[in-house]
Design a protein around this ligand. Structure first.
Ligand SMILES: Cc1cc2nc3c(=O)[nH]c(=O)nc-3n(C[C@H](O)[C@H](O)[C@H](O)COP(=O)(O)O)c2cc1C
Length: 497
């Protein structure tokens, strides 16, 4: 195919004819505009231009293969690149609104995990900020998460020798320096140019475990390679391990292929996300996408959300949640073939009731993660602490049988103790790490770990314990949450007897 002139490409910058350049090749994506999970507007913004950099923030390059047949028009003439259209970057903040490097506080001035949020907000492009910070509907579930931790108080004991404390904890058979780990979060390419590998490097340096998202910007294998490289650099001395978070796609064959990749790459456990039969209503993302659509003259950006049903989606940063990527058909029975295929520990991520915790035990899972997805899925969802209290009350037999993890809203190392007193194995930390990555890259990941770990160690000493196995339910006062805990309707009680 003869090279295509950059000036020619630049003319195809409308809804009627939309071309883009990806890795020096020209693609006609006109027929794909209506199918793009992130909406057409985000593509139209790049029309007639070289979209490679923008594309790579969201997708692995092989996603190009998902474009309709015959979209590939051939190479762009390298001598004419200057004639390509330069997209108006509506995303970047005006210089006056952006903190320049010297306004970003030195990382040593970040004293508490929530401080990362302030810095991240200043440095992230608006759209990336919306992606990271957004939550479902009115934000109620996110607020519930944040508000739940302070509602439990610690009950310190004094006059015990607490000079030496040990914060180590074994998670799914793998010892970690901490009873917390880095939660899986997708599309980190929009948060930091090095994406997931940068986060992995920080986790390895600090000996923390991390769960890697299916929806990562970099491939499952690339992320594992970055882990292995960092381990090698450190003489394989870090206890850090990588687990794999799995989104069940509609197409079982695709699911099997993905499991195979994760297994061969050496991930240590499978965390199946079960709270996403569909994507929640991400209000801020929707507003942002509507603004983006209006900016390129489109008024119908909401039509696809309103369609509802299994094909409905909310934009997850340019569409990592495409039709078919999340299966609404998955049931408990699917765990049988998943287990056979994975042949290793399985954790269900997104358990929000005592009944489902008990089912997970009956279906012989190794762990459950009590989570409402950081307040991004169900509106008016319970906090993880509330679900933990429910399990303790109604199905105490689950405690001790399964490893129990919690996440959502945890922002202080001392709070980890509350979950552990109530029987949790460990807790997951999401946004604080994401904001730390945005603000300081690998240094931020290390700093965030140090902050949480120091708060945890101080908390243990002030509580009067020296190791995590000394934590007991009577070391917390959970009365405030217990008073609001779900009670079965009388009819339900009868049917259970
Ligand atoms: C930006 C962002 C992306 C996320 N992506 C995923 C994902 O790909 N898979 C998943 O199972 N959970 C995902 N989560 C949920 C987290 O794993 C975790 O449950 C949640 O962030 C914990 O709450 P926290 O952010 O308040 O700590 C994401 C959360 C955020 C904030």
């Amino acid at each position: 195919m003869a090279p295509i002139d950059g000036a020619e490409v630049s003319k195809h910058n409308t809804k009627k004819s939309c071309w883009i350049v990806l890795e020096s090749k020209v693609y006609d994506i006109t027929s794909f505009l209506g199918q793009h999970p992130g909406g057409a507007a985000i593509l139209l913004k790049q029309a007639g231009s070289d979209a490679t950099t923008e594309f790579k923030k969201y997708h692995q390059l092989e996603y190009v293969n998902d474009l309709p047949a015959r979209s590939d028009l051939g190479p762009v003439d390298p001598n004419t690149l200057a004639q390509l259209r330069v997209p108006k970057d509506t995303e970047a903040k005006p210089a006056s609104e952006t903190d320049s490097d010297n306004k970003i506080p030195h990382v040593s001035m970040v004293i508490s995990a929530p401080d990362f949020e302030t810095v991240a907000k200043a440095v992230l492009p608006h759209k990336a900020w919306i992606y990271a910070s957004s939550s479902a509907n009115t934000g109620l579930s996110l607020r519930t998460n944040l508000d739940s931790w302070p509602r439990i108080q610690l009950r310190p004991r004094v006059l015990r020798d607490v000079a030496d404390v040990d914060t180590r904890r074994t998670i799914l058979g793998h010892s970690s320096q901490y009873p917390f780990y880095l939660s899986p979060m997708g599309t980190l390419g929009v948060i930091h140019p090095e994406a997931e590998p940068e986060m992995v490097r920080g986790a390895v340096r600090k000996g923390a475990h991390m769960v890697v998202s299916t929806a990562s910007t970099k491939s499952t294998e690339q992320i594992m390679q970055s882990y292995l490289d960092e381990q090698k650099r450190l003489g394989n001395a870090s206890p850090s391990k990588l687990f794999f978070q799995f989104y069940m796609p509609v197409d079982k064959k695709k699911g099997l292929a993905l499991l195979g990749i994760a297994k061969r790459a050496g991930y240590k456990g499978l965390w199946i996300t079960v709270d996403t039969p569909v994507l929640g209503k991400r209000s801020a993302d929707r507003l942002q996408q509507a603004e983006e659509a209006l900016a390129v003259g489109m008024e119908d950006s909401t039509a696809e959300w309103e369609a509802g049903g299994e094909n409905a989606f909310a934009p997850a940063m340019g569409g990592r949640v495409a039709t078919g990527q999340l299966s609404p058909h998955t049931t408990w029975e699917d765990l049988a073939w998943l287990r056979k295929e994975w042949n290793g520990p399985i954790v269900l991520k997104g358990i929000q009731s005592a009944e489902d915790a008990k089912l997970a035990m009956e279906y012989e899972c190794q762990g459950i993660l009590l989570s409402n997805h950081g307040g991004r899925q169900q509106h008016s969802a319970p906090s993880a602490l509330m679900t933990l209290l429910e399990i303790r009350t109604y199905y105490p037999e689950v405690m001790g049988k399964l490893e129990i993890f919690l996440d959502g809203g945890l922002r202080d190392g001392a709070d980890v103790l509350k979950a552990l007193c109530l029987g949790a194995t460990a807790v997951g930390v999401g946004r604080p790490y994401l904001y730390a990555l945005a603000a300081y890259g690998v240094q931020g990941i290390e700093r965030c770990t140090d902050i949480l770990s120091e708060e945890l160690a101080i908390g243990m000493r002030l509580l009067g314990v020296t190791s995590l196995d000394q934590l007991r339910p009577e070391m917390v006062n959970a009365t405030s949450l217990l008073n609001e805990m779900w009670r079965p309707e009388p009819s339900t009680i009868r049917s259970r007897l």
